[in-house]
Design a protein around this ligand. Structure first.
Ligand SMILES: Nc1ncnc2c1ncn2[C@@H]1O[C@H](COP(=O)(O)OP(=O)(O)OP(=O)(O)O)[C@@H](O)[C@H]1O
Length: 281
């Protein structure tokens, strides 16, 4: 039996019957009262979320809180149980593992499932964008972890996504490669401007990359933190450090430090949708 690889996304709306499915043009994602349950257990439970076109959003939350479940629904490889989830039609995903077809050369992996004229050239162009022109003919087994993940990124790029879904794509990489991947993803985002939803466990990664950071808890977006610091960002920026402490507090990792606003950027409000003690529970 052949299965569809899960980076090949079905089209656009995961909507139970009789629900509206229109997406306003300025949005890449609209979720209204989304529930996803497994048996009696509601992993997503009345989740509401908008992601604007071109916005870079990071999603944090404790292990098992439902981040991947939400992402899989947005990719279109899982159904929600109720509510309305509407997404931009052009989507692509990159996961923690590159998920390459080992029997296809790098460029063929990039082109897989795409129907466009001049496909090989498009795949080669995407590989050039991630700095892998010279590995286009390579077999996946001969690529390093970072190279394989860049092929996965090229595979996403060639689809020209309006919504790029990233599920811990840097988690398996060494620290230096991760920094390079951060720079690459930012450069690609600034050039192509897709909306991005990045699932990560790494608070610093979220702060360095995202415009807005969401904390998922109890099946909902429990808090959101705007993060419009100028780029390039540095982890030792006091405004980012304050947000870091606040995020760790929301995640129950450390005591939440009081949020002291000392600049216009730092004074943007943290919107707590749920009391912190409930997030940490
Ligand atoms: N197909 C499934 N059947 C039953 N339970 C599932 C299924 N998929 C996910 N779950 C459960 O839903 C919960 C949320 O899983 P999910 O993978 O979304 O969490 P997560 O926040 O991404 O976790 P992590 O940070 O550890 O990757 C978990 O308890 C998981 O066991």
């Amino acid at each position: 039996m052949t299965t569809t690889p899960d980076f090949i996304v079905p089209a656009n709306t995961i909507t139970p019957a009789n629900q509206p499915d229109t997406l306003q043009p300025q949005l890449a994602v609209s979720a209204r009262n989304v529930v996803r349950q497994f048996g009696q257990r509601k992993v997503l439970d009345g989740l509401n979320l908008d992601i604007k076109a071109g916005e870079f959003v990071a999603l944090l939350g404790r292990s098992g809180c439902g981040k991947t479940t939400l992402l899989r629904s947005l990719v279109g490889i899982d159904q929600v149980s109720s509510g309305t989830l509407t997404m931009a039609p052009q989507r692509a995903a990159v996961f923690q593992e590159p998920r390459l077809m080992l029997w296809k050369r790098a460029w063929r992996n990039v082109a897989l499932g795409v129907r466009k004229p001049n496909l090989k050239q498009l795949a080669l162009d995407a590989l050039a964008e991630v700095g892998l022109s010279e590995r286009a003919e390579a077999w996946p087994a001969t690529l390093s972890g970072g190279e394989a993940q860049r092929v996965a990124l090229a595979r996403a790029l060639v689809r020209e996504p309006q919504l790029l879904l990233l599920d811990e794509p840097f988690a398996a990489l060494d620290a230096l490669t991760r920094i390079r991947m951060h720079q690459l993803i930012l450069a690609l985002w600034q050039k192509h401007k897709p909306a991005v939803l990045l699932v990560t466990h790494d608070v610093d990664e979220a702060l360095l990359l995202a415009d807005r950071i969401l904390v998922l808890a109890d099946g909902k977006v429990a808090a959101e933190i705007p993060n419009t610091a100028a780029r390039p960002r540095h982890a030792d920026d006091p405004a980012l450090q304050r947000k870091r402490r606040e995020l760790l507090g929301l995640l129950g990792v450390e005591e939440a430090a009081p949020f002291v606003a000392s600049s216009a950027e730092a004074s943007q409000p943290i919107t707590a949708h749920t009391p912190p003690e409930r997030v940490a529970a």
